[in-house]
Design a protein. Structure first.
Length: 213
């Protein structure tokens, strides 16, 4: 059965490499700002815990999911296919179409990089709503905002407002982390988990424009 926070939890299935980090951080900000709890496969993995079991439990605990399948073609000779993301989407689809009525209202957003990429790489996805972000963080914010606005039926500011608030948060976090003893360069390379923690602190503090020690 879903956890108690099922209706406010969003599973984010995406690459965790350095190149993708700006898009992931924008996604985390949008989800957090709109009052939801982002859940990531790498948020915690206890020693001895099976990774697949952890992912399945996360997917089961979230009514909403964001699946980024934008890395579906090789960039250079010798590249391998990135199969984790479509595999986890398949698990999510399985729950939604399974026999347990608790999961039939699960909703998911699917990203591709450019329009029609997935129709070439994953023909079985035909009929699913897929949006392209073009490796642009503002497109990530816009599409996630629209997805949660419609599917969760929430009040939400426009995407331009969310982008502005994201810039405000980044300035606040920079000031806070420098105050804590980080260099400006170190702030730019903080772990994703730490950045998400600061997003939650910022929202809980009333979204301040400046950091006040």
């Amino acid at each position: 059965m879903p956890d108690i926070d099922f209706d406010k939890s969003v599973f984010i299935n995406c690459p965790f490499d350095k190149a993708y980090a700006p898009l992931l951080e924008a996604a985390l900000f949008c989800v957090t700002y709109l009052g939801f709890k982002p859940r990531l496969a790498n948020e915690s993995l206890e020693a001895g815990q099976n990774r697949l079991d952890k992912i399945v439990e996360l997917i089961k605990s979230c009514r909403f999911s964001i699946h980024d399948l934008s890395i579906c073609r090789s960039e250079r000779i010798g590249d391998y296919s990135r199969m984790n993301m479509p595999f986890e989407l398949g698990i999510d689809v399985g729950f939604r179409r399974g026999n347990d009525p608790a999961f039939r209202d699960k909703k998911y957003l699917i990203f591709e990089r450019d329009a029609y990429d997935l129709k070439r790489a994953l023909s079985d996805i035909s009929g699913q709503d897929v949006v392209s972000h073009k490796d642009d963080f503002s497109e990530v914010i816009r599409h996630i905002r629209d997805f949660l606005k419609v599917e969760a039926q929430i009040e939400a500011p426009g995407s331009a407002k969310l982008e502005s608030e994201y810039v405000t948060f980044q300035g606040w976090m920079m000031e806070k982390k420098i105050h804590e003893g980080h260099s400006e360069q170190q702030v730019k390379t903080l772990p994703t988990r730490e950045i998400l923690d600061e997003m939650e602190v910022w929202v809980a503090s009333g979204k301040p424009v400046q950091f006040n020690p």
